[in-house]
Design a protein around this ligand. Sequence first.
Ligand SMILES: [Zn+2]
Ligand SMILES: [Zn+2]
Length: 334
Amino acid sequence: MTVLASGSKGNSTVIASAQTRLLVDAGLSCRELFKRMKLANEDPATLDAILITHEHQDHIAGLATLARRLRIPVFFTEPTHREWVRMVTPRTTMTYAQWLDHLQQERGGAPPQTASSSEVGSVPTEPGAPCLDSETWESVAPELQASASSPDPEEDTPAAKPHPSYLPQVEYFRSGANFSIGDISITPFTIPHDAADPCGFVFESRSESVRMAIATDLGYMPPNVKSALKRIDVLLLESNHDLDMLKDGPYPWAVKQRVLSRVGHLSNHATAEFLARDYDGGATCIVLGHLSEANNAPELALLSAEQALGHRRTLLGNRILLAQQSAPLTPICL
Ligand SMILES: [Zn+2]
Ligand SMILES: [Zn+2]
């Protein structure tokens, strides 16, 4: 496991076996992800797939560019993919003149008879369908814009600029349903968080019998997550905020409520409670992640987890590491 970044400004982690390399979330720009992978001695070209936990910006910011650049499949749940498509699809309006132009091109003839020009405005579309403006026109309706084909060097595509939601390959999984990529077996599990269909993952390398798990962005520890996190060798676990720092901190009241809610983020206290009461104690390493920069201090998160683990921390087991926002963590190899 190589945590490239962890926190509300971007999350991304490489999970690798001898044969397969997966990237979980792409919450930094493609450029920054490449930079971090280089720092961690990871070669982006060797990645086999990208897996997405949920569609929040800090987990998907660099997704489209990265997937297109590497030409690798992206694994989502269907609701997460649908929500992501909705988010990245421009939702502005098309002017009446543009609509007439569009009809003319579609029919290959003269525009329809029109009423007065004072009727210029938005054009009704199907529920949920994107409306268009001139800037997004070519990306949303490329087939109508044969002349607008300036290649985008960032996207490395030879023809027209693709639709913002274009990905080279999309694969769907369902929480609770095991699937495999290469020699890594993956079990996604549902987490309580305010996104379309958020999940965590357990990864098991069949050839090496090593199990790793990622559980961040969850409001509390429900029974299904507790049972998913059994027999894990390396666990990336959220320890988002200190309750007092959050309550006294700079966030507006509504945001504090969201973070504290059952679909927000795990506090140091909640994480410690899990480690003390429910965790089976079997991990070699526990990585505390998604630490809030405004409402937590690394020392507090560390101390809280150390106290919860107590005497179970040894030289060989339950080593605690802190994932960082600004730099990759040294790869954890078992
Ligand atoms: Zn997040
Ligand atoms: Zn989130």
